[in-house]
Design a binder for this molecule. Structure first.
Ligand code: ACO
Length: 181
């Protein structure tokens, strides 16, 4: 079996089709066309792609994993109240992880962990940034284990946060503090 050679790079416009495909394969939620356009064009969204350079030439730049995130103002976020947050410093920010995924054939190789580390590194480099946070559906045990392993703290359970095919599901809100958060 080939040894994968995993590299990380920004997401680009040419990734649009595969990015949409993987999202619809991995997530129970539908995302708007505008979301994918914003991701590939880096419009208000930061993202990282994982690729396997050991694959044949026509596939060695194809996405096998991704993370997408957005910078939000702490005062406009739902977690302003749990940060050691100075209301005089109204420019404080957070990084909100929107989506994270790794295609099945590449799971359990540490790729998602590396993608999250990229986000944490990025957030730590923003002076105004106090935390990285995200929502995860309450039955997604692999993802919950991953966030706990990465030292994210579960700070809230939000009842009926997700609506999928007419069913409500709870979510956990996970936070990773940076810069003295
Ligand atoms: N069962 C239980 N725990 C798991 C599993 C699993 N099948 N897979 C990963 N984990 C946990 C473990 O704690 C693992 O650590 P360990 O190897 O030391 O035991 C840890 O995750 C790290 O694993 P990685 O290899 O870094 O994770 P991977 O690259 O496999 O990706 C992911 C994990 C992203 C959750 C993947 O399974 C996936 O894409 N799932 C479908 C999409 C999804 O659920 N995304 C997250 C939704 S939340 C959000 O997007 C904000």
């Amino acid at each position: 079996l080939r040894q994968p050679i995993i590299c990380f790079r920004p997401i680009r416009p040419s990734d649009l089709e595969i990015l949409e495909q993987i999202h619809s394969d991995l997530f129970p939620i539908r995302y708007e066309a505008e979301f994918f356009e914003n991701v590939v064009n880096g419009r208000e969204i930061v993202s990282w792609a994982a690729v396997d350079r050991s694959r044949p030439n026509d596939e060695n730049d194809e996405l096998i994993g991704f993370v997408t995130a957005r910078i939000v103002l702490a005062k406009e976020s739902e977690i302003g109240d749990i940060l050691s947050y100075d209301p005089l410093k109204s420019d404080q920010t957070l990084v909100y992880i929107l989506t994270l995924g790794v295609v099945e054939a590449y799971r359990n190789l540490g790729i998602a962990s590396s993608l999250i580390r990229e986000v944490i590194k990025y957030a730590s480099g923003i002076q105004t940034c106090r935390a990285v946070y995200l929502h995860v559906i309450s039955y997604n045990n692999p993802a919950i284990r991953l966030y706990k392993k990465m030292s994210f703290k579960s700070v809230r359970r939000l009842q009926g946060f997700y609506l999928i095919n007419g069913q409500h599901y709870d979510s956990y809100l996970f936070v990773y503090y940076v810069n003295g958060g």
